[in-house]
Design a protein around this ligand. Structure first.
Ligand code: AMP
Ligand code: ZN
Length: 482
């Protein structure tokens, strides 16, 4: 096991050692289902997907848990603002559960279109309120809470490690405490575990509890559900970087206060944001791009997946339609190249037997596969993994059937449906056309060698008119559709 991942706890690359050999417990914060996921949210879920697929490639048995937030999330993560679900329900004249059901379906429709594997456990907050109440009781029994203004708060002063994950300087924050903070809070970072005093007249979903009829704060659901499905301590927890200072910080405080066990989670992974040229994308601002809006412009959801894989998850990624077009062209070029390889091989290998290191050509493929795996083991470097894929595709000297097998093997992590794209290649990409293009490329290479540049150019231009672009690389020429 050589996997290294960047742990936000400690802010360093660390060797991944599962708590139990061969098994991984992973919790990724799921969506708040009051609206469509925007393409920034989908970046977080593609990141989780690459993590899960890489762990499985490395032979680990992964339990992946994802929550669906359908109660308790206010527009500010720190208990400020409106209830996101209630506000949308009121605007649309629907019930909160109807809104939740609609957007949950929409969410999984998006993730499926992006080849994001379904988590092992998907858990809705409203189905787990009893678990949340049980956990809050434990926190209360430990002396970590106080009642004020009808709500039950977590008292961060009772939990000295509070803020370690985010390296918060609490004294500074207290001195500069913002106005508008709930006056019931002893510390600005204290947070609600259970609301009984709803700020909203028609709070749709309420439950009985030892603290009165009400509803849970947002953070408690992730602690309660992850502990329920993964145990008091588990391996990996992930979410976007926005979750470091409040949501994940509060999750740690609640969980460790309830169980008395430290550390609750061994590795914390956070993805950087996807940004638009206009700046940050957020659901609550109402100006965001959905996956469907990309599809409506003629893109395939997997074009967007490819675009995301081109950036490392810990770097901010700027979205633009030009960049998305680049991703689409790259995917088409891959498919065209696969078609050439399949044609040369005479067959599409059904499964992906790993080539053995032995004769030099096959050895090169094995090396590329090893480099691909190392890229992923190096904090999930998808850009380098893609470069390894391209290295294989560009090398004309390699045996085509083995290259195809290796590429399909890589796709177990990349999730670009490469085998399916080849099988579904349209009639105009039939073997005859591919053979013709390959023949012309060979003729052009021969013409160039004989210094007959006029002929070489004529072949290139002729193909260009037919929408085929040639790209000369070191030692070989690849083609793609314009
Ligand atoms: P939410 O549904 O708002 O709770 O967010 C779902 C996930 O998306 C969380 O892990 C967020 O941290 C993450 N996220 C939100 N905005 C972005 C963005 N612009 N880029 C990447 N991840 C994001
Ligand atoms: Zn969470």
């Amino acid at each position: 096991m050589k996997l290294k991942i960047f742990n936000t706890l400690g802010r360093e690359l660390q060797a991944f050692e599962p708590r139990e050999p061969g098994k991984v417990g992973f919790y990724g914060c799921g969506p708040t289902v009051y609206n469509y996921a925007h393409i920034g949210n989908l970046r977080a879920y593609v990141h989780h997907d690459i993590l899960v697929r890489t762990l499985r490639l490395l032979g680990l048995d992964v339990a992946h848990v994802m929550n669906i937030t359908d109660v308790g999330h206010l527009s500010g993560d720190n208990d400020e603002g409106d209830d996101k679900m209630v506000r949308t329900a009121e605007e649309r004249g629907k019930s909160v559960l109807e809104i939740a059901e609609f957007y949950t379906k929409a969410f999984f429709n998006d993730t499926e279109r992006m080849n994001i594997l379904k988590p092992t456990v998907i858990c809705r907050a409203t189905d787990h309120v009893a678990d949340m109440i049980d956990l809050i009781k434990k926190i209360e029994a430990g002396g970590y809470t106080y009642m004020a203004g009808g709500n039950l708060y977590f008292d961060i002063a009772k939990f000295p490690p509070y803020g370690d994950l985010a390296r918060l300087k609490l004294d500074d924050q207290k001195a500069g405490a913002r106005t508008g903070v709930d006056a019931n809070k002893r510390n600005p970072q204290d947070f609600v575990l259970w609301f009984t005093k709803s700020k909203f007249e028609n709070q749709a979903l309420v439950w009985d509890s030892p603290w009165g009829r009400g509803y849970p704060g947002w953070h408690i659901e992730c602690s309660a559900m992850s502990i329920k499905y993964l145990g008091d301590q588990f391996d990996i927890h992930a979410g976007g970087i926005d979750h470091i200072p409040i949501h994940h910080t509060n999750e740690i405080a609640q969980s460790e206060a309830a169980t008395g066990k430290h550390p609750w989670v061994k590795y914390w992974l956070h993805n950087e944001f996807l940004v638009l040229d206009r700046g940050k994308m957020s659901k609550s601002s109402g100006t965001f791009l959905t996956l469907q809006s990309l599809v409506d412009k003629g893109f395939d959801p997997l074009d967007y997946r490819y675009f995301l894989l081109g950036g490392h998850y810990r770097s901010q990624l700027q979205f633009s339609f030009e960049a998305l077009e680049g991703a689409r062209n790259a995917r088409r070029a891959i498919r065209d190249r696969l078609k050439v390889l399949a044609d040369k091989a005479g067959t599409i290998p059904a499964t992906a037997p790993l080539p053995a290191v032995g004769d030099s050509a096959v050895g090169k493929i094995a090396e590329a596969l090893a480099a691909f795996k190392s890229a992923l083991e190096d904090d999930l470097s998808t850009p380098r993994a893609l470069a390894e894929l391209w290295g294989l595709l560009r090398d004309n000297a390699l045996p085509p059937a083995e290259v195809l097998a290796a590429v399909f093997d890589m796709d177990r992590v990349l999730g670009l449906s490469l085998e399916a794209s080849l099988r579904e290649a349209k009639p105009e990409e039939s073997g005859d056309l591919v053979r013709e293009i390959e023949g012309l490329i060979a003729e052009r290479a021969a013409a160039k060698k004989a210094k007959d540049f006029a002929k070489a150019d004529a072949i290139r231009n002729g193909l260009k008119e037919r929408g085929i672009i040639l790209e000369d690389g070191p030692g070989s020429t690849l083609w793609r559709r314009s």
